[in-house]
Design a protein around this ligand. Sequence first.
Ligand code: NAD
Ligand code: SER
Length: 313
Amino acid sequence: MVKDKILVIGASGQIGVELTLALRKIYGNANVIASDLREQNPLLEGTGPYVSLDVMNKEMLHVQVIRQNVTQIYLLAAILSATGEKNPNLAWNLNMQGLLNVLDIAREEKLHKVYWPSSIAVFGPTSPKINCPQQTIIEPITVYGISKYAGEFWCNYYHQRWGVDIRSLRYPGLISYKSAPGGGTTDYAIEIFYEALENKKYECFLKEDTYLPMMYMPDAIKATIELMEAPAQNISIHTSYNISGMSFSPKEIADSVQHHIPDFKISYKPDYRQNIANSWPQSIDDSIARKDWNWQQDYDLKAMTADMLANMK
Ligand code: NAD
Ligand code: SER
């Protein structure tokens, strides 16, 4: 059996750090190369190889893939929803060209597998709000959502036309404490923990009744690895799989935090991110992921809150 050599692009980010550490446990430290535009995250130091890399520089990326005998790429470099609205051109360029560079190299070098995440941001105001299905009306209103939806169809195209084995999940908002989030609309669900522990109060940029699909990072890492390890014949979705963990509002997560920190107070001052959140579904139907590769989450709001606070303290 050929041993896989994995390149993680965007390894210093919110998902990248935890995914790289999890992949190193499975494949061996030396077989998982972390890479990013910015410096290595301190949590990765001493755990395996790191290269400084810009996914927009296709030539350099190609050289690294050949030189390091890379057989799988996890592409995590992207601009997220809230930051994307501040600089739409930058978001479109990075989110699209970065993906196309990786797909081209995967085709030319016959890589075994590619992982690229999409998002619930593909959905728009005309999509169903509750239990939003895999296939439905998809009319995103953010540049981030547009880039993710276009990206999904590029993945499908490279699979259909050239047989590239590329797999993808439409992550909900991800909650974690190891590496800071990168500018998403769902980041309030992380900020609330830091502010509750430090100041016992938090001013939320979304309204109290804004329900959004969310997931705790250990579940996101588990889903990613399970999807990538599933037999190819089980994969029926070649755009990106709906995936679900939990769904809650700012008021509900505040109540959950108050259970542990009784004098914690929340207030609400919605900003431009409210409009983005209003355009997304409140919950997601992920029955195809459950059927195809037996997806099942471990964490609900209560379990996630307890684990976040225990680890952050
Ligand atoms: P992040 O912003 O925390 O990390 C992205 C990393 O990419 C950063 O470390 C950044 O330095 C790096 N990067 C940026 N430009 C680069 C370039 N040109 N070359 C190489 N590296 C570059 O993002 P994240 O939250 O870890 O998200 C990773 C992926 O998951 C993205 O595609 C994102 O859209 C998707 N996603 C994330 C969430 C979430 O809640 N975090 C939800 C849905 C989808
Ligand atoms: N958490 C992400 C964001 O808010 C969803 O893709 O941008």
